[in-house]
Write a protein that binds this ligand. Sequence first.
Ligand SMILES: [Zn+2]
Length: 60
Amino acid sequence: MTSEETQGDAHRTTTQERGPFCTATCLCGWRGPARRARSKARSDAAEHLRDAETEARTGS
Ligand SMILES: [Zn+2]
């Protein structure tokens, strides 16, 4: 596996290309905005993982 930032089993992000746009999605159902640059979509994904990590720490 070439996962960049795995914070658990529930969150695993991938990027999907749709025409000229690239969108980050996660196994949890999260979906980022459509980006023209894949690097942007990847940073969206990284941000989501960061948020998910924070949520896991503060939640329950
Ligand atoms: Zn997620």
